[in-house]
Design a protein around this ligand. Sequence first.
Ligand SMILES: C[S@@+](CC[C@H](N)C(=O)[O-])C[C@H]1O[C@@H](n2cnc3c(N)ncnc32)[C@H](O)[C@@H]1O
Length: 258
Amino acid sequence: MSELNSGLSVSKYFGRRLVELVDLPVGARVLDVGFGLGSSLFPAAQQVGPKGQVIGIDIDEERVEKTAAFILERETENAQVLRMDVLQMSFEDDFFDFMLGGFIVPYLFKPNTQQIAPEVCRVLKRGGRVGFTTWDYIEDDDRMIAALKEELPSEIEGRNLSVYTSYPVHELEVSFSEAGFEDVTHLREVAEFVYPDIEKWWSAVQYQSWIRCYKEIESRGPGELERFKEATYRKLKDQESSEFRFKVSVDFFFGLFE
Ligand SMILES: C[S@@+](CC[C@H](N)C(=O)[O-])C[C@H]1O[C@@H](n2cnc3c(N)ncnc32)[C@H](O)[C@@H]1O
């Protein structure tokens, strides 16, 4: 059976689940790799408490700026974000107790290989633990992408809008083991998301993966974004009601660095 989430974004839900399942202790020093907009960073900061510390890194300047503003707004004093590439980090060796990464697995590999980059292990203490998520499937992803594409202005049309790549579980387990992780475990969870109306849907997705497309649409003129939202939602929602619902299945990987 899957958990039903009303109005919550997929990233926020699985970011929180990642932190719950990793079971961070109070006072831990945590690295959140590719924090995006903080879906695991904020729950982690809350979990480790004022004596703990969460540092998020992301390569995308815009996400760093936006999340830094959220940190100030929410007065999350034990969290900070930096613009940094996971393949080239400026932290000392053995600096972190934990590493989290929501949907960032492809970026952890050495370029053009399936090998976990040595940087990932360098910054973790011996006995440090990691928790990562990857997509298994998003129900109806093709239909969602098709609906978006039909409504996108033609200059945006050609882009790859799919948010996920799914990895064979066994291959990832092997990659983590070969990098020096022990007790590598995998867990799969399915959750169902329901948006009762267009506004609930929009508030869950507006900062997410297609953010740049939205901005470009907005810049085309007054009313353009509203038109896009309405036309897209009409295609996504149930024909009988105003509700849009779908399931997402996610793989969690945990490991101990020895
Ligand atoms: C799919 S998003 C996931 C965001 C967030 N962890 C979540 O679960 O919602 C992947 C993130 O990884 C970041 N990223 C991509 N390559 C990176 C790299 N080499 N170093 C650090 N961050 C990277 C992207 O900018 C993006 O914010």
